[in-house]
Design a protein around this ligand. Structure first.
Ligand SMILES: [Mg+2]
Length: 194
């Protein structure tokens, strides 16, 4: 049985600096395999779910001659040595607290990213292929759920729980009005939840 309340935190661009990771992995592919992968080319490997999409990174690599085995044997250890982790600094403020990860996307790619965040190794992870709001609606009928996500659309269709919008570009630290709760940094999570 799950507890009566759960805090879910999104992975991409909420906990995990996806842009930094993509840049780093592309650099490493170029360095080790002389393969240049662009965003334009990556779009051919997007799979759409309404307006959501995930990226079949490993298929993209394979078509460019780099196997998933090579990613794990050559690229992954090198990135760990060079970067250590791709989590944002403010994730530290959450590490001592209870939360689970809820992420949208393709399993192998999301798992690779999670491995690039060693601090999250023991966290429960739910990978969904639909809007998180719709998933939570169906799976957590009697549970009080809070979701922190950088995309407000993640919670479309879900009204019973609490949604915290993380907007790192926001000018003020916290906005809490009729439009909802918006925080500029994960450092403010405890404050808005108390
Ligand atoms: Mg996100």
């Amino acid at each position: 049985m799950r507890s009566k309340s759960i805090l879910f935190v999104d992975l991409d661009r909420t906990l995990f600096d996806t842009s930094r990771f993509v840049e780093a992995i592309r650099n490493e592919l170029k360095l080790q395999f002389q393969v240049v992968m662009t965003t334009n080319e990556a779009r051919n490997y997007y799979r759409y779910y309404e307006d959501l999409y995930d990226y079949d990174f490993f298929k993209h690599c394979q078509d460019r001659g780099v196997t998933s085995q090579q990613i794990y044997d050559c690229i992954f250890p090198e990135l760990l040595i060079k970067y250590g982790s791709f989590l944002y600094e403010d994730v530290r403020s959450l590490l001592g607290t209870e939360f689970e990860i809820m992420t949208f996307g393709s399993e192998p790619y999301q798992s690779l990213k999670l491995k690039m965040a060693p601090e999250l190794q023991d966290r429960a992870v739910t990978i969904v292929h639909e809007r998180k709001g719709a998933y939570i609606n169906r799976e957590f009928k009697n549970v009080s759920v809070t979701l922190i996500d950088d995309k407000p659309a993640a919670m479309t269709g879900y009204s019973a729980g609490t949604f915290i919008h993380l907007d790192r570009a926001q000018k003020v630290p916290i906005i809490n009005d009729e439009s909802g709760i918006h925080i500029r940094s994960l450092n403010h999570t405890k404050e808005v939840l108390s």
